[in-house]
Structure formats: structure tokens, C-alpha cells
Write a protein that binds this ligand. Structure first.
Ligand SMILES: NC(=O)c1ccc[n+]([C@@H]2O[C@H](COP(=O)([O-])OP(=O)(O)OC[C@H]3O[C@@H](n4cnc5c(N)ncnc54)[C@H](OP(=O)(O)O)[C@@H]3O)[C@@H](O)[C@H]2O)c1
Length: 323
């Protein structure tokens, strides 16, 4: 089978298209014929050797995929061959076939296209678990989303709206804001041309927001922290713009909390919440409340090109490889 692999740490340029043997599932695993695989920022981090897990070489990027079940081990009970599924996988989804853990493999809704299924898990489940369980966002509360046209930012906007919150969506260009506006946030803010803190103060009558969803960190962290109302929650979700240091006095004076949000926590320590989240997200998908935005589709062989778009801050929504 064809697979995209690396044999050293680095950027997308270390990836090569290789012809290798199709992997075989052990007694607890599934083999999936991959139809589509999503590109995630974490693929870049893993490729550089800076992710929480470091696979042995050679390995490939690809943390979530969609496809058909080909075969499975004798201990796998709840699946059948040819079933259409999506799966969260540890790595190596950029391939014609991949191995999946049945625990994080889900049958997909009948009419869900492969590109939606492939890009569903990481962005939606991680932003849902962050906002619902860590942020405890309630209807009518105010949610500020940074990097709101990005993979997880856009899903956070949709989830905030689906919960019934007032959503303030911030991004760095008008082009990105135009994309976010298709998802009906209550307010959009261009944080490159405007002061985020002042904009939020003006829009909220000087109060601030109840929850900040931050996949960016870096230069906007400070202003976003100042945008939190009394008792507000700051969801620390990602660091594409740099890792901020948190001044504890600014938490104390307004009784705020800064909360780490990690999908891996739920995978390793609270799986039931992942299953509950997927169920709710599929319901929302089938009723049209959420709809993945796929900005670009590529072939497997164009994996480097696809990863470079994310690396260069040019991505909006999700990028998917069709196999
Ligand atoms: N905690 C979790 O469980 C979890 C799960 C999934 C992903 N993540 C993390 O969340 C972060 C975002 O992932 P994503 O899929 O949303 O990425 P993405 O699609 O690339 O979006 C990130 C956004 O960050 C902004 N940004 C600011 N500085 C940037 C820079 N130097 N390079 C690239 N983008 C920059 C961009 O928006 P503007 O240009 O509008 O500022 C961009 O749209 C990553 O660190 C990822 O690893 C965490």
C-alpha cells in the first residue's frame, strides 16, 4: 500500500511517499481502508518530535481518518466489514490502510461524506469537551473564541452557538472573518487591526466574557485574559502563536480560572465523556446545527503541500486528503 512516512524529525519536507506492506490488526484492533484523512496542527508538532507522544520511525502523520472496515481481531465484537466509520488513531493515517482502536472508532451517519467524517473527531470532540466539561458554558453566557477561522476555532464557534451562548469570534484578517460569518457568531473582531480587550469591553458594556477558548496563545493571550469578566474561565487549548506565562495576580483579582483542556485527558482518563460528546455532535450534525468547513481537498501524494498551508498560517477550517 501507499503511505506517507518520515524517518527523521523535521518539517513537512522530511515526508516521503513509500510503498509498504499493509499492516495487519492484532486481536484487539481494526484495519480500515482509508477514504479520507484530516490534516491537523498536531501532525506538524509530532513530525518535529515535539508532541506528547513520539512514535518509532518510520511513522506517518494522520491522527484521524474515515473509511471502511476491512478486517478485525477476534476480540473486536461490535463492528462488521465494510462498515463506514471514523476513527481517532495514534498516527499514520496518511496511508491507504491504517490500524484503529475500536474504542475510538465510530459508525458514521448515513449521509456523512468522507471528508466531513475524517475531519470530525479532533476539532469537534476536543473543542466540545473543552467548552462543555472544562468551561461549563451555559446558554446566554458569553464565549470569546481566538483563531476563530481555524480548525478548532471554527468548531468552537459552532459549539458555542449550538449551546445557545453569545459568541464573540476573533481572527487576524477580513478574509478569515468572512468565513467565520457563515457560522453566525454574534460579533466578529479583527484582532490584528483592533485592540481585542477594548473591543470586548465596548461590546459587553465593560463587563467582559464568561469563557475564553484559546487555541492560539502568544501575543493575544494578555488582551484575552483582560477580556474575562468576574469568575470567568480561560480555556488553555493550544499554543500555535507561542506559550504564554500566566500572571496569577490577574486571576486572583477577578476570581478567574485558567484551565488546561486536553483531548488526551479524556482519551486516557474519561472515555465516557468522549462517547457522550460524539453522540451529541452526531445529533447536531444530522439536524444541521453544525457543519464542518473543508477549505481544501488534496490527494495523499500532496501531503507536504497540505501541511505547509497549516504551517504558514494560511489554513481556514479543515484540510483533508482524499485517498
Ligand atoms: N487541547 C486539545 O485537546 C487540542 C485539540 C486539537 C488541537 N489542539 C491545538 O490547538 C491549536 C490550534 O489547532 P487548529 O487545528 O485550530 O489549528 P489551525 O487550524 O492552524 O488554527 C490556528 C489559528 O491560530 C492562529 N494563529 C496565530 N498565530 C499563528 C501561527 N504562528 N501559526 C499558525 N496559526 C496561528 C490562526 O488564526 P489567526 O490568523 O486568525 O490568528 C489560525 O487560524 C494547535 O496548537 C493544536 O495542537 C489542541
Amino acid at each position: 500500500m501507499k503511505a506517507i512516512l518520515c524517518n527523521e524529525w523535521g518539517g513537512p519536507e522530511v515526508l516521503e511517499v513509500k510503498e509498504i506492506n499493509t499492516p495487519q490488526p492484532n486481536e484487539n484492533e481494526l484495519l480500515i481502508k482509508v477514504k479520507a484523512v484530516a490534516v491537523n496542527y498536531a501532525d506538524l508538532v509530532m513530525l518535529k518530535g515535539q508532541y506528547q507522544t513520539k512514535p518509532d520511525f518510520p511513522f506517518g502523520p494522520g491522527l484521524e481518518c474515515a473509511g471502511e472496515i476491512v478486517s478485525f481481531g477476534k476480540n473486536v465484537k461490535k463492528f462488521k466489514t465494510n462498515q463506514r466509520v471514523l476513527a481517532k488513531i495514534p498516527h499514520s493515517g496518511f496511508a491507504e490502510y491504517t490500524i484503529a482502536n475500536p474504542e475510538f472508532t465510530y459508525e458514521i451517519p448515513e449521509n456523512m461524506p468522507w471528508e466531513h467524517a475524517a475531519s470530525f473527531f479532533v476539532a469537534y470532540v476536543s473543542s466540545y469537551t473543552a467548552i462543555k466539561y472544562q468551561g461549563n458554558l451555559l446558554p446566554n453566557q458569553k464565549l470569546l473564541v481566538l483563531g476563530a477561522s481555524g480548525g478548532t476555532g471554527l468548531t468552537a464557534v459552532e459549539i458555542g452557538k449550538a449551546i445557545g451562548a453569545q459568541v464573540f469570534a476573533a481572527a487576524s484578517s477580513q478574509k478569515k472573518i468572512n468565513i467565520i460569518e457563515n457560522y453566525n457568531p454574534d460579533y466578529t473582531i479583527n484582532y490584528k487591526d483592533n485592540n481585542l480587550k477594548n473591543e470586548i469591553k465596548n461590546l459587553t458594556g465593560n463587563k467582559g466574557v464568561d469563557v475564553v477558548f484559546d487555541p492560539v496563545g502568544g501575543e493575544f493571550f494578555d488582551q484575552a485574559l483582560s477580556s474575562l469578566d468576574w469568575g470567568g474561565k480561560y480555556l488553555i487549548f493550544g499554543f500555535v502563536g507561542g506559550i504564554p506565562q500566566i500572571p496569577s495576580n490577574r486571576l486572583l483579582v477577578k476570581h478567574r480560572s485558567a484551565i488546561g483542556c486536553s483531548l488526551r485527558f479524556f482519551e486516557n482518563h474519561d472515555k465516557e465523556k468522549i462517547h457522550t460528546s460524539i453522540k451529541k455532535l452526531f445529533e447536531w450534525y444530522e439536524s444541521g446545527l453544525i457543519k464542518p468547513f473543508i477549505s481544501e481537498l488534496f490527494k495523499l501524494e500532496d501531503a507536504q503541500k497540505a501541511l505547509n498551508i497549516l504551517k504558514d498560517r494560511k489554513a481556514t477550517g479543515r484540510i483533508v486528503l482524499l485517498i
